[in-house]
Design a protein around this ligand. Structure first.
Ligand code: MRU
Length: 353
């Protein structure tokens, strides 16, 4: 039976309101809501992955800008605009890979720059309207991604996904999971295989939680089992989300995605990426320029609640990897499918409508 969990993130109140979000670090054991009332609250929530997933990070950052300017409405526009710059700079330093963060901050800056003589209090209201629009558009893009992608999944298929690209990663139903939800809503019987997604277990903790809530059959596997379940013939499609897609279609996503794409190719299983246009970074010709977040050693050595490696062991903990476009069979966007994936087809799909 479908349960109705709280919204992943939402704005509470008017211009002097706050950002309420699910603290995802506590899932699946506890679904606790926290309120962010300062830029530091929002920064910390993004940095610590209380809110995570590329689109959700972008929405949270937009609201963070509003929060950061609430105390800056009594002086003139000069002080307001300087504070806007400082807030954007701070939030931009929270996580480097998901381009939605930078896109949302840029939209907030542009909104302010378009009305340089508007008094601060009215500008703040304008910025809240923009942040709400970013959230609404993300929800709409998720729904459209589901509609376009559902045709890729066939009745009776096993579908493998990595990390969490669901409602917890967006303001809507997700990207990869939106495709799965839409296909399931059409009556297709799917069996999802969720990689646990070490080191932070977004697949085990979050993707399975969402799928169980929505009554979509899901089987949790360790990351190291992906190749074998493919070999056994249990998986006919792979679909993941994305954190940043370069102009040629090279795609950064959660660490381990690259390995899954190689395994899929070796087993002749189609590998799909689902992402809104806000996840594309056309300023980068290919994936080599995508900044890869490096996270702390403790996520690997103590990530399961107890020490699992010797003291002083060296670690390497990149949070993302880049899957080359050549390994991606299609990218599902809110505008339709990019297939095959290359610079020309990406440009054709994303050109301003
Ligand atoms: O480190 P995370 O949990 O923020 O990483 C999330 C992912 O890699 C998702 O797959 C991606 O952001 C797409 S979410 C629609």
């Amino acid at each position: 039976m479908r349960k109705n969990p709280p919204k992943t993130l939402e704005w509470i109140g008017g211009v002097d309101g706050s950002l309420r979000l699910i603290d995802q670090t506590l899932l699946p054991l506890e679904c606790r809501l926290i309120d962010c009332r300062s830029v530091e609250d929002v920064f910390e929530a993004i940095r610590a992955l209380r809110v995570r997933g590329a689109p959700a990070i972008g929405v949270a950052a937009a609201y963070g800008v509003v929060i950061g300017l609430q105390s800056e409405t009594s002086s003139g526009r000069g002080a307001f605009d300087r504070r806007l710059d400082a807030v954007c700079e701070r939030l931009a330093a929270s996580r480097p890979t998901a381009v939605n963060l930078f896109g949302a901050l840029e939209r907030m800056r542009r909104t302010a720059a378009a009305e340089p003589s508007l008094p601060p209090r009215e500008m703040l209201a304008r910025l809240l309207t923009e942040a709400l629009a970013i959230e609404r558009e993300d929800r709409e893009m998720c729904a459209a991604i589901g509609r376009h992608g559902a045709e890729l999944l066939k009745d009776g298929q096993g579908v493998l996904t990595h990390c969490n690209a669901g409602g917890l990663a967006t303001a809507g139903d997700g990207t990869a999971l939106s495709v799965i939800f839409a296909a399931a809503a059409q009556g297709k019987r799917l069996q999802v295989y969720a990689d646990e997604t070490r080191p932070l277990l977004q697949g085990a903790r979050l993707t399975t939680w969402e799928l169980i809530q929505r009554d979509v059959p899901v089987t949790l596997i360790c990351d190291s089992m992906a190749g074998w379940v493919m070999k056994e013939g249990r998986v006919q499609s792979v679909i993941t989300g994305a954190d940043r897609i370069a102009a040629n279609g090279d795609t950064a996503n959660k660490i381990g995605t690259y390995s899954v794409s190689l395994l899929a190719r070796a087993h002749r299983i189609p590998f799909y990426v689902a992402a809104p246009s806000s996840t594309f970074d056309l300023s980068l010709a290919d994936g080599s320029g995508i900044p890869i977040e490096q996270r702390s050693p403790e996520e690997i050595t103590r990530g399961l609640g107890r020490q699992t490696a010797p003291d002083r062991v060296e670690t390497y903990n990149p949070a993302f990897d880049v899957t080359p476009a050549a390994l991606i069979d299609a990218i599902v966007t809110e505008r339709g499918l990019i297939q095959p994936v290359n610079s020309e087809t990406v440009r054709a799909m994303l050109q301003p409508s």
